[in-house]
Each structure stands twice: as C-alpha cells, then as structure tokens.
Design a protein around this ligand. Sequence first.
Ligand code: ZN
Length: 78
Amino acid sequence: MSAPDESKDQRVKQAEKITTHPEQYKVCEGCGSIVVARAVTCPSCHAYRFDATTERVVTQAKNLAKRSAHSVLSSDMT
Ligand SMILES: [Zn+2]
C-alpha cells in the first residue's frame, strides 16, 4: 500500500531542493532525469550526455514537480 500523496509531496520537495541549488545537478539528455552533478552516467538510462546549465536544471525541476502536483503549484501562484 503506497501513499500517492506522500510521493507527490516528496517530488515537490525534491524539486525545491534542486531549484535552490541547481549547480549541484544536471539534466540527462537521454531521458530528462535530474541527476547529481558528480554522476558520470545516468542511473536511469546510462546515458553520459548531460546539460548542466542552471537554467535547464531549474526548468526541468519545475516541469517534474508540475507533472506530479499541478494543483499545488497553481494555487501557489495566486
Ligand atoms: Zn537518463
């Protein structure tokens, strides 16, 4: 029995952490995962090409958070 609300909350918190310190992360060009900057290959798809620009990392983190909890984010904007 898993709690979907809890994992959504986890994703949003993780996204917040990433947007606060985007220089510590990079985006996988293969699957779009956000991985830690020191990773050599992507743990999800084993690609070795990454986009480490902070702009890309922040955008991707927000997209992932939005996908899992859009209602929370839209209420935050008002
Ligand atoms: Zn990947």
